[in-house]
Every structure is written in C-alpha cells, then in structure tokens.
Design a protein around this ligand. Structure first.
Ligand SMILES: Nc1ncnc2c1ncn2[C@@H]1O[C@H](COP(=O)(O)OP(=O)(O)OP(=O)(O)O)[C@@H](O)[C@H]1O
Ligand SMILES: [Mg+2]
Length: 382
C-alpha cells in the first residue's frame, strides 16, 4: 500500500477555534484514499495516545470495562447499533461512560475501530463526543466515550413516549447550530479536512442542555488533499442520508456531508425519520416526500412537525427550510459550504431566542387564567 508520509492534524484557523482544538499534533500515516496505514494500527494498542494529557483516550483492559459495566449487564444496555452494543458504565475513577462493544465482522469492524480511535484522539471540539478510552485486548474491541445523558437526537424526535415532551423550535435550532459547528470544525479547521460520512440523528448525541455532539467516526475519511476534489471510496453510510452523487459515483466530497446534514435538518423540521417503512408508499423516503414542499416557498410551513402545535415563528421556519432545501440540492456544487450554514443558523437561533423571550414577556404580562377566574368570581360576588 502506498502511503503519504506523515500527515498532521492541526488547526488551520486558530483564531476562530482556540478553545476547541487540542494543542496535540500527532503524526498519522494515511494512504492516498484516506485510509489509516497498517503500521499505525499496530500502535493503537501501544502507548501512542496514553501519555498526552488528562483528556486523551487511554488504553483500558477488558477486565476494567467488564467491572465498569457490571459484566455487560442487560440493565446497563443503553443502545444497540449496527456495529455493536452500548452500555452505561462507571470507571474506577468514578467517571460515568458509555462503552461500545464492537462486533467484529471480519476486518471491517477492526478498521472502523482504528479509524474511530485515531480520529477522536486527534480531533477535539465541543461538538464532537470525547473518547475517554479504548480496549484492544485479544479479539475484543471496545470504545469508551463520555456519557451523553440525553441519548441521541433520534430519541427526542421520533416515536416519543406518551409522557415525553417534543423538542421545541428553539431547541431544534440549537441542535442544528451545534451540529453545523461540529461539521465546520471537521471540514474547515481540521487539516487535512475530515469527511464525516455518517451524519444522521442517531449519531448526534445530547448533553443535559441539549448541546449536540457528533459521534461514530468509524466511517470518517480524510478529505482530498492538493488539487483533488474528492476521495474515491466504497459507498458507505446510511440509506436515506446518503447524497445521490456519492451513492452513484463513489466520489466522496465535503458536499456529501452537507447533503446528510440537510436530511437531519429536514428531520428536525418535520419530526419524520429519513426512512420510515411504517409510512405509506410515497412517504417512506423523507427527502422524496418533502421535495414538492421544498420547491414551493408557500408550502414550507406545511412541512412543520405537527407536534409543535404552531409554536414557532413562521419566518424562522421559512428560513430554516430554505437552508434545508439548499443543502439537499441534487447537484453537489450548488450545496452551500458549512461555514455559511453556521452563520445562517446562528442568526436564526438568536432570532428564535428573542421570539421566545418576547412571547414569554407577553404571556407573563397577561393575567393568568386562574387570576382571570378569580377576577370573574370577584365580579360575580359584587
Ligand atoms: N456516548 C454515549 N452516551 C450515551 N448514549 C450513547 C452514547 N453512544 C451511543 N449511545 C446510545 O447508543 C445508541 C446506539 O449507538 P450506536 O452508535 O451503536 O448505533 P447507531 O448510531 O444507532 O447506529 P449505527 O450503528 O448505524 O451507527 C445511540 O443511538 C445512543 O442512544
Ligand atoms: Mg451511532
């Protein structure tokens, strides 16, 4: 395999992301397609990342993780994905973590493990999940992340429990902004850029304040370097989120991520899943169902999640759907760059906050129903 000589991950734009970028610059060898080279894989189970600071991923033994999860007890199971099961655990230090035990399907699972450890060890941003540790004991491959108490965005948008509050409009915008900032870091600030490749609502994890963090970097690729505009790969990702140009050509660009981001925005607006086989034909693929609405500005508001019960500003919805439509352009060149999306969404989120505050002030200055009732009772008695 021909490899580039060492490629360094570092910040391109330090003034804009001082807080977010780790000072550690680690040399990584990658081949021309963005794959991590075998010699690096060998160092994963060694000391490469173990002594660079408190927040750097540590190598943990299988025994430590079995103790942390009470032997992978069913009660501690918090999720299951295509690559394995996720357990809540407590490390000896007392830190609460999420432990993902990978099913190794041949070499592919191992490759994804390696990419995930490398990517998350080298990239640091407040909108990317932190990798606390990893375990490569014998055949076992486990990833240990910071625990995200509110689970994934998917858990808050779809199939809600009867007692579960739907996300309000402002929170949806907040999630959109944080997700866009995470992607902006990958596309514009990591050097070389990173194409995430698996943006979807189940990979957006939420902290207690609904701040989103991107997780699952096993499919991420180092972006094109030099004059190249794309990297060629086997088409991977998740059906329903995958850009049509990438699906057809296998040519991966940063605009493939923008399309997937558009699908997530559409899920936030509509409360519908990217793919939902329980819906009737014609409504199962969200983007195909939404196309006629996205083409006609007068129909934008019809896309909105009925669970919002009209609690949103029509202008805000209008602008959010306009951004969504741009991200979902069939032609990759016409999709916007993530930096411009961040600016647009940040503006919308700040406006939505003002709208919420204004509404709260208006409601507070009205007599509450109970006060009205008291007044009415008093009127009756005089
Ligand atoms: N760090 C974490 N903190 C809390 N919950 C988590 C964490 N990581 C994963 N989860 C939970 O586990 C679930 C499964 O995650 P996982 O990444 O294995 O699969 P997925 O994203 O649903 O699907 P896929 O395998 O296609 O990526 C998530 O949806 C989330 O609810
Ligand atoms: Mg996931």
């Amino acid at each position: 395999m021909r490899c580039f000589s060492c490629v360094k991950f570092c910040s391109k734009d330090v003034e804009n992301c001082d807080d977010d970028v780790a000072s550690n610059e680690v040399a990584v060898t990658v081949d021309e397609r963005g794959n991590v080279c075998k010699d690096v894989t060998d160092s994963i189970s060694g000391k490469m990342f173990s002594s660079q600071g408190a927040d750097v991923a540590h190598s943990l033994t299988f025994r430590e993780l079995a103790i942390a999860t009470q032997n992978f007890k069913d009660d501690n199971l918090i999720g299951e994905g295509g690559f394995g099961s996720v357990y809540k655990g407590r490390l000896e230090s007392g830190k609460i973590v999420a432990v993902k035990q990978l099913n190794l399907n041949g070499g592919q699972g191992n490759q994804e493990f390696i990419v995930e450890v490398l990517m998350l060890s080298l990239l640091r941003h407040s909108n990317l999940v932190t990798l606390t540790g990893y375990c490569a004991d014998g055949d076992q491959r486990l990833l240990v992340y910071e625990y995200m108490p509110l689970g994934s965005l998917e858990d808050h948008l779809f199939d809600l429990e009867p007692n579960q509050e739907p996300l309000d409009w402002h929170t949806r915008l907040k999630v959109a902004v944080g997700t866009a900032r995470g992607l902006e870091y990958l596309h514009c600030k990591a050097n070389p850029p990173v194409i995430y490749r698996d943006l979807k609502s189940s990979n957006i994890l939420l902290d207690n304040d609904f701040n989103p963090k991107l997780s699952d970097f096993g499919l991420a690729k180092l972006g094109p370097v030099g004059d190249n505009t794309h990297v060629s790969t086997r088409v991977m990702g998740t059906y329903g989120y995958c850009a049509p140009d990438y699906a057809m050509s296998g040519k991966l660009t940063i605009k493939s991520d923008i399309y997937s981001f558009g699908v997530v925005l559409l899920e936030l607006v509509t409360g519908r899943k990217a793919i939902d086989m329980t819906k009737k034909p014609g409504e199962q693929n969200l983007v195909s169902w939404a196309r006629p609405f996205l083409r006609d500005r007068k129909k934008f508001v019809q896309l909105v999640d009925p669970l919002l019960h009209g609690r949103f500003s029509a202008r805000s919805v209008h602008n959010m759907v306009a951004v969504t439509a741009m991200c979902l352009q069939e032609q990759a060149n016409f999709r916007p760059l993530i930096g411009d999306i961040v600016v647009a969404l940040e503006y919308l989120a700040s406006q939505a906050e003002t709208f919420e505050n204004h509404k709260r002030l208006t409601v507070d200055s009205q007599p509450s129903p109970s006060k009205q009732e008291e007044q009415h009772a008093r009127d009756q008695s005089t």
